[in-house]
Design a protein around this ligand. Sequence first.
Ligand SMILES: *Cc1c(COP(=O)(O)O)cnc(C)c1O
Length: 400
Amino acid sequence: MAKIDQKFEPITAAEEAAAAVPAPGVVATDGPSADQAGGTLTIDLGALVANWQSLGRRVMPAECAAVVKANAYGLGIEQVVPALARAGCKTFFVADLSEARRVRAVAPDAAIYVLSGMLPNTGPAFADIKARPVINSTVELAEWDAFVAASGSRGGAALHVDTGMNRLGVSINDAAALAPRIRAENHGIHLLMSHFACADEPEHPLNDRQIKLFREVRLLYRGIPSSLANSSGIFLSDAAHCDVVRPGVALYGVNPTPGKQNPMQPVVGLKARVVQVRHVTRGETVGYSGTWTARRAARIAVVAAGYADGYLRASGSTDEVPGGAAIVAGKRCALAGRVSMDLSTVDVSELAEGAVRRGDMVTLIGDDLTLDEVARGAGTIAYELLTGLGKRFHRVYVKD
Ligand SMILES: *Cc1c(COP(=O)(O)O)cnc(C)c1O
């Protein structure tokens, strides 16, 4: 035995030296390899957990759940959910059953709520993974009751009451009419919830109206935990916290208090690779439809990220309207012309010749190019940018 060990020891050491040593703090990677991908998306799980903890401190003694629908806002259920569960998160909200199944696979003990509710004939699928539908109408409630009566399932559900969003949820009147059922043993309602329509606009009168209406419904459901606030709702008022808060976007570093300093830590960084740097003479145009004209001899870095990667087409620029920016060799440089499917073009004329070369990485999201700013520049919100970031990037999960 000892002999074999001695014989193999040097080989193991050599193998170790030859293996690519992951950068410090890297806990997982996903997607194509870094050297072959057009870009690298970095997801800071340490910052994610810190954001969840800071929201939890803010709402204490309410419970801080986590909304991980749309594949944890595009960042990966399989990495995001275990990181939050290890930190103590016990309740997760997803959009549909397939996401619930993925959460269950990595969080065996968590409570999982499915926000889109119960589609026809899905009772057994809920029971199978102990996921709870958010009951969004009286029709769904009737089907859920029938399923529970027939199957004896004890998984439970949430009841969603509409207080002004007019998207999902039973009416206030229906909620009042249904309230006596909580006197029954095994009524199965584990959570009473509603959803803000305008929480990112603190002055909007609908916020107070929704808080007041929900308070009235809660009185009828005394003893049932209640939940109203999404990320921005947490910052509206303590009266919005109830028993459970449901932050999504703030966990991922997006500012839940638009117009004010962002209290969250950035979680996402996107760097993309320079495919080539080319020279354009004065008066020539760059890209589709020739929307951007070189006003002098220019150098253009062609970057391997486009709208098929979720780098939004509306970030492009024209001669009249400036577009988005990239940070190249430490300097902010403007996009030149349209964003195309797989590529974007950046005006790097301001940089010293040779400061950026083929193979270099430029920053598209990160440093002072925040998700919020990049989204705003493209006429949209950070939610859409975040959930659209594509599958072609190499993904690196770090923990600081
Ligand atoms: C998406 C969603 C949330 C989370 O919203 P954020 O604004 O991302 O915090 C909470 N509740 C419901 C019902 C949702 O649909």
